[in-house]
Design a protein around this ligand. Structure first.
Ligand code: PLP
Length: 411
């Protein structure tokens, strides 16, 4: 057998063997524990990024590691020709905790959204006919990278060069009800929104806007689809963010934190809507597999407790106070906003486009953080990050900001 045996891999290997659609950092982490990560050289980092709002219960969470080990020794995979106990238990919990009556399991956020958008089309087709197929979504929204989800997403750059994309999709500005009124009609089958726009810059929905979107959907028999892929599973301080808006969707998608890093997504729906994904209309080989569902069940059990959810609110305050103090010192942010532990700090105009420089400098100081577009520094740490890690991470961010400010003065 003529196989190349590759033992040594480095960051340079990425540029040799990986499709160049990502540009990963030079750091290759090899181990994580709680809110700490170590790279190959043994350098330690504090994690305010959470794998992009995923590792909500920290790295190598001991309870999750045990659940995973136990399930791994029992049953990994069946396919949906058979059901399995972890999937049924998880679905029961998700329906008990939410508005939803039914669950479809997927493997990612994009796949959960794909299911939701297909359901919206099929529901309208079943109840009102093929003319009612338009989906309305919001500018700057992000719903995933499949062809349907980039088409519903409100960022043109993700569609460029992939046309023709699916049709029958309209966009308008978030938090602007007049624009929605102007384009919604009886042809609309669904309005899709994030209760807080994540990738678009950490922009929470106005409560009044959210209520009026619900009313317009009802007037036009359109389903209201909430994309809680990023905001769900405790991230905003309630199990789902919709609970804080006082608006109930018909369909909700979630992923990211649901598996704490093990790939799993879910679409939740009312009984009435779910009926339209009848036998044979949609499916997935892996969706709802016992490994993913056993882990997600444990995540849900831990997150949906008063200790964890009230802890999110407390930590939100610590982060916001900390960022405000850094801002008083360095004058770099024009707004600090967000919900729970999904926090954005928008750069002042003279530092527009520099959020990426901050996260690079932060990594040098031993801190992982994120951006949400070029102007917004985004933090999405573990929901149970210890207070001393918050303090230490903010101290490292302080140094990183000082470096960026100095570099930009010198430039
Ligand atoms: C709101 C939202 N929807 C969908 C997605 C896509 O999820 P995934 O990358 O798991 O497909 C993301 C990912 O960032 C997201 O933030």
């Amino acid at each position: 057998m003529d196989r190349k045996v590759t033992q040594q891999v480095t960051r340079a290997t990425f540029d040799e063997v990986m499709v160049p659609n990502y540009a990963p950092s030079a750091i290759i982490p090899v181990r994580g524990e709680g809110s700490h990560i170590w790279d190959k050289e043994g350098k330690e980092y504090i994690d305010f990024a959470g794998g992009i709002a995923v590792t909500a219960l920290g790295h190598s969470n001991p309870t999750l590691v045990n659940v995973m080990r136990e399930q791994a020794g029992q049953l990994w995979h069946l396919s949906n020709v058979m059901t399995n106990e972890p999937a049924l238990r998880l679905a029961k919990k998700l329906t008990e905790k939410t508005f939803a009556d039914r669950v479809f399991f997927a493997n990612s956020g994009a796949e959960a959204n794909e299911a939701a958008f297909k359901l919206a089309r099929r529901y309208a087709f079943d109840h009102f006919g093929p003319e009612k197929h338009e989906i309305i979504a919001f500018n700057k929204s992000f719903h995933g990278r499949t062809l349907f989800t980039v088409s519903v997403g409100g960022q043109a750059k993700y569609k460029e060069g992939f046309e023709p994309t699916p049709g029958g999709i309209k966009h308008c500005d978030y938090n602007d009800i007049e624009q929605l009124k102007a384009i919604i009609s009886d042809k609309t089958c669904a309005v899709v929104m994030e209760p807080i726009q994540g990738e678009g810059g950490i922009i929470p929905a106005n409560i009044e806007f959210a209520k009026q979107v619900r009313e317009l959907c009802d007037q036009h028999n359109a389903l209201l689809v909430y994309d809680e892929v990023q905001s769900g599973v405790g991230r905003t301080g309630t199990f789902f963010a919709y609970e804080q808006l006082g608006v109930t969707p018909d369909v909700l998608t979630t992923a990211k934190a649901l598996g704490n890093g093990f790939p799993v997504g879910a679409m939740l729906a009312t009984e009435k809507a779910a009926k339209s994904l009848a036998f044979g209309t949609h499916g997935s080989t892996y969706g709802g597999n016992p490994m993913a569902c056993a882990i997600a069940e444990a995540v849900v059990d831990i997150v949906d407790t008063p200790e964890v959810l009230s802890g999110v609110a407390k930590r939100h305050d610590l982060f916001v106070e900390g960022l405000k103090a850094l801002n008083e010192k360095h004058h770099v942010f024009k707004e600090i906003r967000g919900m729970g532990l999904l926090i954005g700090a928008e750069m002042i105009d003279s530092l527009a486009g520099k959020a990426g420089e901050i996260i690079k400098a932060a990594a040098e100081e031993g801190l992982f953080a994120l951006v949400a577009g070029p102007n917004v520094l985004r933090l999405a740490p573990s929901l149970i990050i210890p207070e001393q890690d918050i303090a230490e991470g903010l101290a490292r961010l302080d140094k990183a900001i000082a470096t960026v400010v100095a570099n930009n003065k010198a430039a």
